[in-house]
Design a protein around this ligand. Structure first.
Ligand code: NIG
Length: 349
């Protein structure tokens, strides 16, 4: 299979970046892949040159739409880049260790998905088939990233993309993996065709997910079969109600206890941006966590030496109630804050 990857070069980056005399911006300190070479070799060379992290974008809303949800998740990655690349560079984060790889090439699939109406059963089935194709493309790129020994940060698109990431990491580590997820939804719906609400269920069915814990799962935003399936898989959660309503346990304790229960298998850090209050997303949430809670969760999980990737998904700038411009600013800033937290934490351990 040809790897469907749009590798960024200087001109891609310059289109969205600005400069200022007397200061360095993040983009001026980061590396791009030298795409003249074979990609796998170029990634290996990047490691030799001191790269540790890879930024990879996924510009799709096929998964959320295939889950009967709303579109717009394809705009999260460019919104993130606009903010993140233009932030000033200083000693707080060694951006020299960050490789801006590019984005999964999904242009053809997005084009096929564009006219489909998820209220029409035939179109819905087609969206789910396209989502399975997205899975394959995500997996193929991550195979190269993990093989090179790089740590990916995957941004944009729906939560469906956890499956491609988990398949790749499990293959690379020759074992099922563990995942922690800040999310009001378990995304453990039945395997009825691929979409953003069943990535962890498929991973479990494929025996790629050993243990799975959801932080902030909303007791009233998941159907009973999801709770039953989570229980029979022996997976766990700490509910939003337990943390924020009854306040029986705080976010720090909930996350720390969950991390302590995992074994030594590689760990995926998952954040559904709809866990945060007022984030533009398909499942817009007025009853969620603050941005600083999200940062704290990422900080705790990134401090765990088993953590192997960060996946930030479901933000959809076009779902902002005022304008897509306001949505891009909000998604860009919040996703950047989570990436900054991850990098600062990982670089300090
Ligand atoms: N990844 C999110 N899944 C949720 C929300 C669906 C939506 O409204 O987009 C779910 O399946 O319930």
């Amino acid at each position: 299979m040809t790897v469907q990857l749009k590798i960024y070069n200087e001109s891609t980056v310059k289109e969205i970046c600005s400069d200022r005399a007397g200061e360095l911006k993040a983009w001026q300190s980061m590396a791009l892949l030298d795409a003249r070479d074979n990609i796998q070799q170029a990634l290996a060379d990047a490691v030799q040159f001191g790269m540790r992290f890879v930024l990879l974008g996924i510009c799709e809303d096929i998964g959320p739409r295939a889950n009967l949800g709303k579109g717009g998740a394809q705009y999260a990655w460019p919104a993130f880049l606009q903010q993140f690349l233009n932030q000033p560079h200083n000693n707080a984060i060694a951006m020299q260790k960050v490789l801006l790889l590019g984005e999964v090439n999904l242009d053809d699939l997005m084009q096929q998905a564009q006219p489909l109406d998820n209220h029409n059963p035939n179109d819905l089935a087609q969206l789910r088939k396209l989502c399975a194709e997205v899975d394959e493309r995500v997996e193929a790129i991550l195979d190269m990233v993990f093989k090179a020994g790089l740590e990916p940060i995957i941004i944009g698109g729906g939560h469906n993309n956890c499956l491609g990431i988990i398949r790749s990491l499990a293959k690379h580590s020759h074992s099922a993996i563990n995942a922690i997820n800040l999310d009001p939804h378990a995304d453990f719906r039945e395997c009825e065709g691929r979409h953003s609400g069943n990535g962890f269920r498929y991973a479990y069915q494929e025996q790629l997910l050993k243990n799975y814990h959801v932080i902030g799962l909303h007791e009233l935003k998941n159907n009973q079969p999801i709770f039953d399936a989570m229980q029979s898989a022996n997976f766990s959660y700490t509910s939003y109600q337990t943390i924020n309503v009854k306040r029986e346990i705080n976010l720090t304790e909930a996350t720390t206890h969950a991390l302590q229960r995992f074994d030594n298998a590689p760990l995926g850090i998952e954040v559904d941006l709809d866990s945060l209050t007022n984030m533009p997303a398909s499942a817009f949430n007025y009853c969620g966590f603050d941005v600083s809670d999200g940062e704290h969760y990422v900080y705790l999980a990134a401090n765990d030496p088993r953590s192997a990737y960060l996946h930030l998904c479901e933000a959809a700038p076009s779902q902002h109630s005022h304008s897509i411009t306001a949505g891009k600013l909000q998604c860009g800033q919040v996703i950047s804050a989570l990436v900054n937290t991850y990098l600062q934490t990982k670089l300090s351990i």
